[in-house]
Design a protein around this ligand. Structure first.
Ligand code: ADQ
Length: 448
């Protein structure tokens, strides 16, 4: 198996190399260790050598890094991936920056990945390319390896065709993806959008969920991704005491929680505005509820992310300035990264998980919250992939400030029995979505 992804699957720890945190590495490393293989990723300043045999004692896989100059990193990653493909796929064309230099380096870095894949390939290998950083690689590999088995998995939404076609390079990018034999998305709606894009923009023939293009057949399928459920259950059980301690320290009857990368797609700002309005309209909740927002710094080199940070700082200050009294601070805002063990303390302690992205491919925080939480209720944006799969959550349109404010009250006041019933169903569903099962499902379709 050859996997190509933006990020490497391992990280350096005090005890040597360990799997990176995050579902993809956790799910795929065991497969690669069993089958043997290669993982190709972009070179970053993370201390990982350009060629690493893993695990150290008895290596079964090789991690190979693709080196990028600073300018390439800027154009390919910060530019094309983060300022073009990310906003367009999340329906945020106001954040698009269409600089042709971005696309130029995107082409050459995809070609570099493709070359490395071809160099590592031995007949019979499966090639699995990940995400929006590598749209052109499948076709570039295909042109050298006509008989190779190639799959692509897309981790963010695929937007409506009329939105995607705004990109000047829409057709070229789509044709790049169609070098694959199998293309995976999180949910059926993204599959439909992609099929429509192939039909209209490329004139490809589409029958059911198969695309016929240049004499080849490409299957397009929904494979919703999950989390390492057992791990989160275990971490949550271990966090029980600390979760109680956190609640005591906060000294508040209710804890409302948000956990996100600080990204404009995650809806942090509108969530804060809803909480502000909730406090304005419901003085009976003053001193009784705390909103804890954890935000991981993300893409801090991009101007729109810097502006978002300033806006969030300002609104947090405004709410606390207006409402805080004595020892009650209504908004606790933490702009930092936590370990997953620490996150589980918050997940476990919360009465309401407020997960309200303006758009999100799946949103794994949702599943982590469900796996770890034993007392509360989940409020979930209907504009996430997760919403299609988690019907028992309280769903809301995050652009609707009125609804967002009201749903918070509804979640806080939901009868215990109803919360329990909904939680049980949600936990069952998250168990089915487990990332190990996701990998199995995708790989067995790949091999079919
Ligand atoms: P992301 O946009 O990064 O992923 P998400 O799916 O929620 O979004 O995953 C975020 C991960 O980061 C979670 O595992 C979470 O625990 C962690 N995280 C978030 N805030 C953190 C914090 N403050 N400290 C530590 N960890 C934090 C992209 C797509 C999603 C898709 C996934 C997987 O945008 O839609 O679900 O890939 O395909």
């Amino acid at each position: 198996m050859i996997i190509a992804a933006n990020r490497a699957p391992v990280r350096r720890t005090d005890d040597g190399w360990a799997p990176s945190i995050g579902g993809l590495a956790t799910a795929l490393l065991p497969v690669l260790e069993e089958e043997g293989g290669v993982w190709l990723a972009m070179k970053e300043d993370d201390g990982i050598p350009e060629r690493l045999e893993y695990p150290s004692g008895d290596p079964s896989l090789t991690v190979l890094r693709i080196r990028l100059s600073d300018q390439e990193l800027h154009n390919y990653y910060s530019g094309m991936a983060n300022r073009v493909l990310w906003p367009i796929s999340h329906y945020m064309i106001q954040h698009l920056e269409l600089d042709p230099a971005f696309m130029e380096d995107y082409r050459s870095i995809n070609a570099r990945f493709a070359r490395a894949i071809v160099d590592e390939y031995t007949p019979g290998d499966y090639i699995w390319i990940q995400d929006y950083h590598l749209m052109l690689a499948p076709q570039l590999v295909r042109s050298d390896l006509a008989d190779a088995t190639i799959a692509h998995f897309w981790h963010i939404p695929w937007p409506a065709m009329e939105v995607f076609r705004v990109l000047p390079w829409a057709r070229e990018l789509m044709a790049g993806m169609l070098g694959s034999d199998l293309i995976g998305f999180h949910v059926e709606e993204y599959v439909k959008n992609f099929l429509e894009s192939a039909r209209v923009l490329l004139g490809a023939e589409v029958e059911g969920t198969t695309i016929y293009w240049k004499g080849r057949e490409i299957r397009v399928e929904a494979h919703p991704i999950g989390i390492g459920v057992e791990r989160f259950r275990r971490m949550s059980a271990e966090a029980a005491e600390e979760a109680e301690r956190l609640r005591e320290e906060l000294g508040s009857e209710y804890l409302v929680l948000g956990v996100d990368r600080l990204d404009y797609t995650k809806g942090v700002l509108s969530r804060l505005l809803a909480f502000e309005r909730f406090l304005e309209e419901h003085p009976e909740y003053h001193r009784r509820v705390v909103f804890y927002q954890i935000a991981t710094p993300s893409r801090t080199d991009v101007e729109t992310y810097q502006k978002l940070k300033r806006d969030v700082d300002e609104v947090v200050g405004r709410i606390n300035g207006a409402f805080a009294v004595d020892d009650w601070v209504p908004v606790h805002y933490r702009y930092r990264t936590y370990t997953q063990e620490e996150l589980c303390i918050f997940y476990r302690a919360a009465d309401v998980g407020l997960i309200t992205p303006l758009r999100d491919g799946m949103n794994l925080v949702t599943q982590e919250f469900i796996a770890a939480n034993e007392r509360g209720m989940l409020v979930l944006s209907e504009l996430t992939g997760a919403a299609y799969l988690l019907q028992e959550a309280l769903q809301v349109n995050p652009y609707d400030l009125r609804a967002l404010t009201d749903v918070l009250k509804e979640a806080l006041e939901m009868p215990e029995e109803e919360k329990q019933t909904r939680r049980a169903k949600l936990k069952k569903r998250v168990g089915e979505l487990d990332v190990h099962r996701w990998a199995e499902r995708f790989l067995s379709s790949f091999a079919a």
